[in-house]
Design a protein around this ligand. Structure first.
Ligand code: ZN
Length: 160
């Protein structure tokens, strides 16, 4: 069986940046389980996984455009402290969401606090980074009709 749309895939992965630092990895015995073809993973990874089989082990390089996007410097903004009235913590690393008038939700992270000035960044933390993945396919099965309808995997550790 090879990976096609509507397959549930279990895999082990290690994600490193171009400097070779590990950014993220699955734990032994706890593979990443996802529904293929439902945009559950970044496009560059789904593309590379299509057609692979159980036991396949490979490395891929994913450009930002096929990963978490390029950085948008407009999403990095300096705001006056007065905009944060009512916030519990105003310190680097704190994430918050903004609902705009059109019903869009954006997530920002406070990256710097300098006196009365707060710098926030709405880029994904991996935006603009070329990602290196080492991947090993552990198992592949057909998704259930319910999983396909929901667009995600069901089972232990998942949403239902
Ligand atoms: Zn569901």
């Amino acid at each position: 069986m090879t990976i096609t749309d509507h397959c549930v895939v279990s895999l082990q992965y290690t994600l490193t940046n171009p400097e070779g630092e590990t950014l993220d990895q699955s734990k032994p015995g706890e593979p990443l389980v996802y529904l293929h073809g439902a945009s559950n993973l970044i496009p560059g990874v789904e593309k590379a996984l299509t057609g692979k089989s159980v036991g396949d082990e490979f490395s891929i390089v994913v450009a930002p455009e096929e990963g978490y996007g390029v950085r948008d410097e407009k999403l990095r903004q300096k705001l006056p402290m007065s905009e944060f009235e009512g916030f519990m913590d105003i310190e680097p690393g704190v994430e918050f969401r903004v609902d705009d008038d059109d019903g869009n939700v954006e997530y920002f992270t406070i990256v710097e606090v300098n006196g009365d000035e707060v710098t926030v960044d709405g880029n994904h933390e991996l935006a603009g980074i070329t990602l290196h993945f080492d991947i090993r396919i552990e198992s592949i099965r057909k998704a259930t009709p319910e999983e396909i309808a929901h667009g995600h995997v069901h089972g232990p550790g998942h949403c239902h």
